[in-house]
Design a protein around this ligand. Structure first.
Ligand SMILES: NC(=O)c1ccc[n+]([C@@H]2O[C@H](COP(=O)([O-])OP(=O)(O)OC[C@H]3O[C@@H](n4cnc5c(N)ncnc54)[C@H](OP(=O)(O)O)[C@@H]3O)[C@@H](O)[C@H]2O)c1
Length: 348
């Protein structure tokens, strides 16, 4: 345990075999808590030193292995309310604190910063359609609050970055900037982007559970311009001795980048963290202050990049990102276009 005032707690992580939920379980065990993780066991392995209980929340009776057990703190990362109801039935009564990981996608609008939420899906919905992700999270949140009351903490993270991210949207940038040369930078360098480091988030969730914090919080870092973000990564790489020469960024208008088949935000052929304006003007500007006031500590970007880099010594296969060929084609077309509109020196 990091703090001798913090008592050893019985911690249950529903999930605990991948990325965020695994980091919560790993850190809880490191802090000396008695940790149980519960999952199907198909996505990954539990961290060392924790109890693994096999459950399948989608099956009738699939959480019976946990029924009646008591925990001081429960963490859940589910996406579907139909999978949240059964664990609440089995465990809510014997839980001291329940921390539900929702998402910034619970908000209905991303063009402005607004607290309007999606209409929730039905409380027993198991519809996994991506279009209903935000609405499903709202329904999950409601179930947790209804059953746990002031023992419930609901957090809404924005983009979670760090080692082990299965959809790695950060990773393209340090890898590409480390390669050097001319780098395609999308849109407006002033356009704000936000992220939360998985280590900071897991630490805060544990601190909050240990302190019995309840309520609803966005969990996200301070907005930073896309230009400052990319330069910050280059600074981190230079500071760590990974690059000797700085890459040069060429900023290309967002419509031009999109028109050439580069997607924003995530997935194949995408540039991570980049979102178009004005549709997503509210997306990079969620408030970080309330969670910071409630104890969230934000790592400097250089530390986040260092941790990501050290965990990825073997270059990872990223889902997000574009090939060097694609980047070269877009940059080539951009320079051709600029050249066409340039006034020849003799005529100037
Ligand atoms: N990544 C981001 O940038 C981002 C942004 C905003 C919000 N979020 C939220 O952050 C959370 C991320 O959680 P995570 O990193 O731990 O990843 P995750 O993919 O949500 O993990 C799901 C966990 O639940 C288990 N699971 C899935 N189906 C199950 C079932 N039917 N029965 C029992 N267990 C089941 C999985 O293990 P098995 O498959 O082995 O069962 C795994 O351990 C999610 O709530 C996500 O919505 C993420």
């Amino acid at each position: 345990m990091t703090d001798s005032n913090v008592q050893r707690k019985r911690v249950l992580v529903l999930g605990g075999t991948v990325y965020l939920s695994r980091e919560i379980a790993r850190l809880a065990a490191e802090r000396g808590h008695e940790v149980t993780v519960a999952a199907r066991g198909t996505s990954g392995a539990a961290p060392e030193g924790v109890e693994f209980v096999r459950i399948d929340r989608a099956e009738a009776g699939g959480v019976d292995a946990l029924r009646g057990r008591e925990f001081d703190a429960v963490f859940d990362v589910a996406r579907l309310p139909g999978l949240v109801g059964p664990v609440l039935d089995a465990l809510a009564e014997g839980a001291g604190h329940w921390s539900f990981v929702s998402s910034i996608s619970a908000y209905a609008r991303h063009d402005v910063v607004s607290d309007e939420l999606h209409e929730p899906t039905a409380p027993d919905s198991v519809d996994p359609a991506l279009e209903r992700y935000g609405a499903s999270k709202v329904a999950c949140e409601n179930l947790v609050r209804e059953r746990l009351g002031d023992r419930a903490l609901v957090s809404r993270p924005g983009l979670i970055v760090g080692p082990g991210d299965p959809n790695d949207r950060l990773g393209y940038w340090p890898l590409r900037l480390a390669e050097g040369g001319e780098v395609l930078a999308p849109g407006d360098p002033e356009r704000p982007v936000q992220w939360i480091d998985v280590a900071d988030y897991a630490a805060w969730l544990l601190d909050a559970a240990e302190a019995g914090l309840s309520g609803t919080f966005d969990v996200i870092g301070e907005p930073v311009g896309m230009g400052a973000f990319l330069e910050g990564i280059a600074d981190a790489l230079a500071g760590a001795g990974i690059i000797a020469e700085r890459p040069s960024l060429t900023w290309v208008e967002q419509e031009f980048v999109s028109k050439h088949g580069v997607n924003h935000w995530a997935g194949p052929q995408s540039l991570g963290l980049w979102v178009p304006s004005p549709e997503y003007d509210g997306f990079g500007a969620r408030p970080s202050a309330p969670a910071v006031a409630a104890g969230l500590r934000l790592s400097p970007l250089a530390d986040t990049i260092k941790r990501w880099w050290e965990a990825n010594t073997e270059a990872p296969q990223l889902i997000a990102g574009i090939t060097r060929e694609k980047e070269g084609a877009v940059l080539g077309a951009w320079h051709d276009r600029t050249r066409r509109f340039a006034v020849p020196q003799a005529e100037a």
